[in-house]
Design a protein around this ligand. Structure first.
Ligand SMILES: [Zn+2]
Length: 265
């Protein structure tokens, strides 16, 4: 009797498992492995970005008491040296309108002419790319201090920028993380304007474990140093936008045109 009860209990407990194992697979369309791989890659980057954000939030330092200009350390100098306060410190940017001189904003129409509409479902959150051309051009790559998902020539350029920073400012390089690369969405707060992140030609960079607040007209010192390298490589810096967005760097029209001429895109 006791044994029978035990067997009955075991059968009840095991029933969902047996059902799950033996349940027939639903018949349906075969999932495209390319699409699946694309989703996995995207999720990987999302997880990594979220991990970075969490790390950033955890290690957010107290606001600096003195937000005056710090002297630029000599290339290669340790960031703790002398009276230099840190790459994550915020400082007021003078002559913001002078930023990005000689570079032109890349038009969304130029991007659409190459990639089409990046995704059929553009909103405020990251959507899957539905443009085959775009999906084929995107790649996830370890660019040194972080992994990024962008179109391939953008990754090549970003890698070169970061390699130069590593040589000149190893301490700054070590503090760089990403806050996002490719993300098929609209510009935050906009109902119809597509973000350049949606085409994999923009990257957000965080410095020193904290995120540069948008629209306050101030910029992290490390981003000011970084911007010289990006500008020279043909990237536009978001610090010069009407609504200051200092952690944002995007490919300029000039750089994009060069890629097209060279058949890279
Ligand atoms: Zn951005």
């Amino acid at each position: 009797m006791r044994l029978a009860l035990f067997a009955l209990a075991l059968a009840v407990l095991a029933a969902p498992l047996v059902w799950r194992v033996s349940a027939p697979r639903p018949a349906g369309p075969v999932v495209d492995t390319v699409v699946l791989a694309e989703r996995v890659a995207m999720l990987e980057v999302e997880v990594e970005t979220l991990r970075d954000r969490l790390e950033t939030l955890r290690s957010r330092p107290a606001p600096p008491a003195d937000q005056g200009a710090a002297p630029l350390p000599a290339p290669g100098a340790p960031s703790g040296a002398g009276d230099f306060s840190g790459f994550g410190d915020l400082m007021l940017l003078s002559a913001r309108r002078e930023i990005n001189k000689g570079l032109t904003l890349l038009g969304i129409r130029d991007l659409e002419a190459v990639f089409g509409q990046p995704s059929a479902e553009l909103g405020q959150t990251c959507a899957q790319p539905t443009s085959q051309r775009l999906a084929g051009a995107l790649e996830t790559r370890d660019v040194g201090p972080f992994r990024a998902r962008l179109v391939k020539p953008a990754l090549d350029s970003l890698e070169q920028v970061l390699a130069r920073v590593a040589e000149d400012y190893p301490d700054l390089y070590a503090e760089l993380r990403t806050y996002g690369g490719f993300c098929a969405r609209l510009i935050r707060g906009s109902a119809d304007q597509i973000s350049r992140h949606a085409f994999g030609v923009a990257v957000d960079v965080s410095v020193g474990g904290s995120i540069d607040p948008m629209g306050d007209g101030k910029t992290q010192f490390g981003l000011i140093v970084l911007s010289d390298y990006f500008t020279e490589a043909g990237w536009i810096w978001g610090a010069g936008f009407g609504r200051e967005d200092s952690m944002h760097f995007e490919v300029s029209a000039e750089l994009f045109r060069r890629w097209r001429d060279e058949g890279l895109i």
